[in-house]
Design a protein around this ligand. Structure first.
Ligand SMILES: [Ca+2]
Length: 333
C-alpha cells in the first residue's frame, strides 16, 4: 500500500508555536464588479507622483470581475477625467483604505500580470496614516512590482522616510523567473510575511528578500510596525517604466485570482490526513496552514524541497496529491 511508506511530519515547530489564520480575503468569485464593501477606487490622472500617463476610472471597462478573477484593464483610448484633461490611457486602481487594514500578517495574491513596454502592474501596501503624514513617511511596501521592459523580473520594494524612490534609496530586491519565462505568461503567488521589525518577500513560496531595521540606511526610522492597507493597480508609463511604444499591445489586463490576508495565531500542530484512493494518495490539512508550505524530501539525508503542486482546496482543507516520500508541513519561516 502506497501510504505505508509515506511519512508526514508536523513541521519542526512546537505545538504552541503560531500558525496562520485567514482573516480577510477576496476570491473575486461573485458579482461582476469589485466588492465595494472591500475596495475603494482611486480616481484621476494627476500622474500619481510618477508622471504616469493613465486616468484611473471606476468603469467596468477598467475594473471588473470575470471568471473568478479581478480584471484590471489598461486601455489606449482618449479619456477626459474630472480634471478636464484628456489623456490617452485609462486603467484602474483599487485599495482597501478605509475598509480594511492590518498590522502584521501574511499578505498574498495570485496574479497574472499584463505585458508590454510601459505597463506597470503592482500589488502593494501603504501605511494607513498616509492622509495625515503623507508619503514616504507613511511607509510603502511593494509586494510585487513589474515593469514591461523586465518581463522575467518582479521587484519587492520598501519605501520610508529617508529611503524612498524619489531619492533613489528605496530597498529594492528582485526575483527573476528561470529559463527566460515571463511573469505575464502565467499566474504566480506574491507574498509578504510581515511581523514586528521583519518583512520577508516570496514568489511562489520562494523567499527572495528579508528586510529588518538593520537593513535601512543608518539612523533611518522603521515605519512598518503599524497598520497598512492594500492596493492593486496597473499604471501606464511614468518615470520608471517609461512610455508605451509601438510594440505595446492594448488593452492589457492584470488578472487577480485572489487576495488573502493571514495573521498568526496560536494553533495546535497541524494534522495531516491521508486519503488513499485506488489511483492516488491525497494529503489534506486545515486551511490555517497555507498550501504553499508542504515540503518534500526523497530521503532523510536529502534537502527539503517545496512541493510544487497546484493542489486544491475545499471549505476546510488544502488537498495535495502526494507520492511516496518524506514530507513536512511547514508553517513558520
Ligand atoms: Ca478567484
Amino acid at each position: 500500500m502506497t501510504a505505508m511508506v509515506l511519512l508526514l511530519l508536523g513541521g519542526f515547530a512546537k505545538a504552541d508555536e503560531p500558525a496562520w489564520k485567514l482573516v480577510w480575503s477576496d476570491e473575486f468569485s461573485t458579482g461582476t464588479r469589485p466588492d465595494t464593501k472591500k475596495w475603494v477606487y482611486d480616481v484621476g490622472g494627476n500622474g500619481w507622483g510618477n508622471v504616469e500617463l493613465q486616468t484611473y476610472t471606476t468603469r467596468s471597462e477598467n475594473a471588473r470581475i470575470e471568471d473568478g478573477h479581478l480584471v484590471i484593464e489598461a486601455r489606449n483610448e482618449p479619456w477626459t477625467g474630472a480634471d478636464g484633461i484628456q489623456r490617452d490611457y485609462t486603467s484602474a486602481r483599487l485599495k482597501t483604505a478605509g475598509k480594511a487594514s492590518w498590522t502584521y500578517g501574511r499578505i498574498e495574491a495570485r496574479i497574472k500580470v499584463p505585458k508590454g513596454q510601459g505597463l506597470w502592474p503592482a500589488f502593494w501596501a501603504l501605511g494607513s496614516n498616509f492622509n495625515s503624514v503623507g508619503w514616504p513617511t507613511c511607509g510603502e511596501l511593494d509586494i510585487m512590482e513589474n515593469i514591461g521592459r523586465e518581463p522575467s523580473i518582479v521587484h519587492g520594494v520598501m519605501h520610508g522616510p529617508g529611503y524612498s524612490g524619489d531619492i533613489g534609496k528605496q530597498i529594492d530586491r528582485t526575483y527573476t523567473l528561470s529559463g527566460g519565462k515571463s511573469f505575464g505568461d502565467d499566474f504566480h503567488v506574491f507574498i509578504i510575511e510581515w511581523e514586528q521589525d521583519r518583512i520577508q518577500w516570496f514568489v511562489d513560496g520562494i523567499r527572495f528578500s528579508t528586510v529588518t531595521p538593520s537593513t535601512l540606511p543608518a539612523g533611518k526610522q522603521w515605519v512598518f510596525n503599524k497598520a497598512f492597507f492594500v492596493i492593486l493597480n496597473v499604471a501606464v508609463g511614468g518615470r520608471w517604466p517609461g512610455a508605451p511604444n509601438t510594440s505595446t499591445k492594448f488593452p492589457q489586463r492584470m488578472l487577480v485570482d485572489y487576495v488573502r490576508v493571514y495573521q498568526r495565531t496560536t494553533a495546535p500542530a497541524p494534522r495531516v490526513r491521508l486519503e488513499v484512493f485506488p489511483d492516488r494518495v491525497e494529503a489534506r490539512w486545515p486551511l490555517a496552514y497555507p498550501q504553499a508550505l508542504l515540503d518534500r524530501s526523497s530521503d532523510p539525508d536529502s534537502p527539503w524541497v517545496l512541493l510544487k503542486t497546484d493542489g486544491r482546496r475545499n471549505d476546510e482543507e488544502f488537498i495535495a496529491v502526494v507520492t511516496p516520500g518524506l514530507y513536512r508541513l511547514r508553517w513558520t519561516p
